[in-house]
Ligand binder design. Sequence first.
Ligand SMILES: Nc1ncnc2c1ncn2[C@@H]1O[C@H](COP(=O)(O)OP(=O)(O)OP(=O)(O)O)[C@@H](O)[C@H]1O
Ligand SMILES: [Mg+2]
Length: 214
Amino acid sequence: MKTITIAHSKGGVSKSTLAWNLAIALRMSGLRVALVDIDGQQVTLEKTSLARTASGYDPFPVIIASSAGELSSIIMKEDYDIVIIDAGGYDYDLGRVAIAIADRIVVPISEESTEVLGFTSFLGTLHTIAEHSPVPAVMIVITRAHARAKSFAGIRSAAALWPSATIAQTVMRRRAVYSASMGHGFGVTELAERHPDAAYEMYRLAREIIYEQY
Ligand SMILES: Nc1ncnc2c1ncn2[C@@H]1O[C@H](COP(=O)(O)OP(=O)(O)OP(=O)(O)O)[C@@H](O)[C@H]1O
Ligand SMILES: [Mg+2]
């Protein structure tokens, strides 16, 4: 069983969109996936899950955890192959617990300078956690990238500040289907016929996040 925490100290960087789409893609690949929302301020994924049920799709339940005890009991149960935790875009105790107990931290960042700069303050949180426990492997996912963008120099130099960080080769492009599909509780991999590029991108990303060496 592997625990993946999707985190960034900044809001609106694609954490929930990535968490939801990863969870759907991995479940479609046959894995037992627990999707955990620890962002008590917004519970975005719970709303997405309700929208899915309302759309008449097969349910995808989201587990709400509001304490370290609840979080660790989900992980200890061993009922799942993958636990995906969607953390809030701010620095808080439960978010730090979710980072410390993960096998891998996935950090979505776009090229926007505020997100790249925000990564530096996120690293401050990782340094504080490192004083008490080892910090899991960090993988950066480039998100909301324009169709033709390909150098991502700002993100690459920010990533170098955490020498063991890797950057996923698969880039999550800016696509309207991400927000449109989430509104109805779908994942882009379920819309492969009409949105093959988005579906392919998400399957590749899921494979990198789950299987690449930790
Ligand atoms: N690849 C993408 N292409 C287009 N829009 C995207 C993409 N990823 C995310 N978005 C949009 O960006 C906005 C923020 O995304 P999301 O809610 O996933 O961020 P978040 O990091 O979870 O935010 P918060 O910190 O507030 O929880 C949403 O409107 C979402 O639809
Ligand atoms: Mg969110």
